[in-house]
Design a protein around this ligand. Sequence first.
Ligand code: PMP
Length: 432
Amino acid sequence: MTNGQGAAEAPPTSSPDIFAKCPSKTLDDYRAAEELGLNPFYRELSSEIGPTIRYAGTEVVMLGSNNYLGLTTDPRVKKAAMEAVARYGTGVTGSRLLNGTLPLHTELEELLADWVGMERALVFTTGYTANLGLISTLVQDGDAVFCDSAAHASLVDGARLANGALRAFFHNRPNSLKRGLRSWRSQPGAGGVLVAVDGIYSMEGDWAPLPEIKALCDQYEARLLVDEAHALGVVGPQGAGTAAATGVRADLIMGTFSKSLASCGGFIAGPADVIGFLRLFCRPILFTASNVPASLAAALTAAKIARQEDWRREVVLRLAERLRDGLADLGYDVGGNTQSCIVPVHVDDLVGTGLLWRALLDRGVYTNCSLPPAVPRPMLRTSVMATHTEEHVDRALDAFGEIAREGIVDAERERLLAVWQLDEPSEPSQVG
Ligand code: PMP
């Protein structure tokens, strides 16, 4: 660039560096937590994810996985994945649109649509891109998507990417949704509306009140999307999810392969015209590579098993109840719903959550820390799988019991505060 007299313009003396934000207080806190052995994130697990796993050379009970039906280690699922590699290779190296659609996609889409009672389904590379793609493509200028305030990040991110409006309503409060819908419909020329909820919420394990929400959708002519990520395979007839369980006719169903279906990928199911529209216009289908063959074959086989083997749902829900009741008896603040595999343990303070996580790991139990802003309050998220036994759950309860009885979290907190003036981090981690 010149200044008009031929000389080059000098850059401003202190141009902001795009990297300047990276060395943050959060990063310092995270590194400090790492040094203290209290960083629960990015842990390396050195075995397959079964009811127990190998962590740092020892066997620990796995309460930190979404492998609800226990199918990631099922020989039939593994065999199908290996056969798919032998037949189709390791990747498709292209998008669904051009060169990335296999017969496995077609068979899986037919099965999924039939399972959740929709005309058609479309398989995406992840569940995240399924929600992102659906909402950003469908909710156009003048339209709105109403999301429950606890809805999964992928629904909210899809809404942020969309040209239409994002409206939030209070978690599981149909009256809050009603106020929003009424106000939207009172605006002249307001466009179409999508209401997006999780069937079972990913952190708390509570259910959406689908019948009330569906009645409001009907009253205000909105379409209903139910994200069945944590419900598919677990609840409802043949594991078809919360909409099927409550007899609610959703307009769109989303599901993922990364939980009960023992793989990686996701799908949207709905009317043929909507799926056809997504196939042509949805950027997270058009501009990203398709699923690898092994993940499709694993999901396909897992879906067939999930539909048929009712015992898996019965076992996993019974074990979740055993864990939930046992923790409550020990004095822990547990949430959740008796009809979900998720058992949240509320701890409320960040350091206490990290200390409980560590104390459990030291006693052979792997759990997940969920921190704000992923959740309103710090908590441990635990969940069980159908391949756990009562002994696994009891081993975990013994560890929780010892920690509570001996006041280990409080003692450790005091010790830490004394040796290392530890503050509660001012900006909580983004990871949850
Ligand atoms: N929806 C919900 C409710 C989820 O919990 C998740 C994953 N945690 C997703 C969507 C995204 O699914 P995926 O892991 O397949 O990207």
